[in-house]
Design a protein around this ligand. Structure first.
Ligand code: CO
Length: 170
């Protein structure tokens, strides 16, 4: 989409004779105008796959003084999560609860480490449709229940520059 720029006289005097405040004239004006189209409202969480959830929790406690804000077994995904709150976002330490869990597969193939990034959105279905329209590959055809009572949908790393994306609606 192209944006038409209108340039105003930066220092034209007003009726009172006081110079008007200079308006920024760079393309950042357009970026500001389009900010309302941004669908992502926050980094919801950064998910880290670990073999031993207790060991990972202890590490975050000892290293950073972190406290576990929420803990949950998500049976449908075969995972147990421990959420450490950081401002309005979370670090989601994630371990597999069974051998056929996607996290178990990931750990076998890649070892421990960054698994996915959760982007918070106001409307998961709308965000998923926007991602698909932009060429992203939906893993979930439609939003489904996630942990913490959220509604989520995953987007495949192929088509998203190598990052598994989770859209999270609180
Ligand atoms: Co997640």
């Amino acid at each position: 989409m192209f944006t038409t720029f209108t340039y105003s006289e930066p220092f034209s005097p007003t009726e009172s004779g006081v110079p008007a405040v200079a308006q920024p004239q760079s393309q950042y004006c357009a970026a500001d105008k389009e900010a309302s189209l941004m669908l992502l409202t926050e980094i919801d969480h950064v998910a880290i796959a670990v073999h031993d959830l207790e060991a990972a929790i202890s590490y975050y406690q000892n290293a950073f003084g972190a406290e576990v804000h929420h803990r949950e077994v998500v049976d449908s995904d075969g995972v147990e999560e421990a959420l450490v709150k950081v401002a309005d976002s979370y670090i989601q330490l994630t371990a597999a609860t069974r051998a056929d869990s996607p996290i178990a597969t990931f750990l076998d193939k890649r070892g421990e480490g960054l698994h996915h990034v959760g982007y918070r959105v106001d409307d998961c279905a709308a965000a998923l449709a926007a991602v698909v329209a932009a060429g992203g590959r939906a893993i979930d055809a439609e939003p489904r229940p996630g942990s913490r009572g959220t509604t989520v949908a995953f987007v495949h790393p192929k088509g998203s520059f190598g990052t598994l994306i989770e859209l999270v609606q609180e």
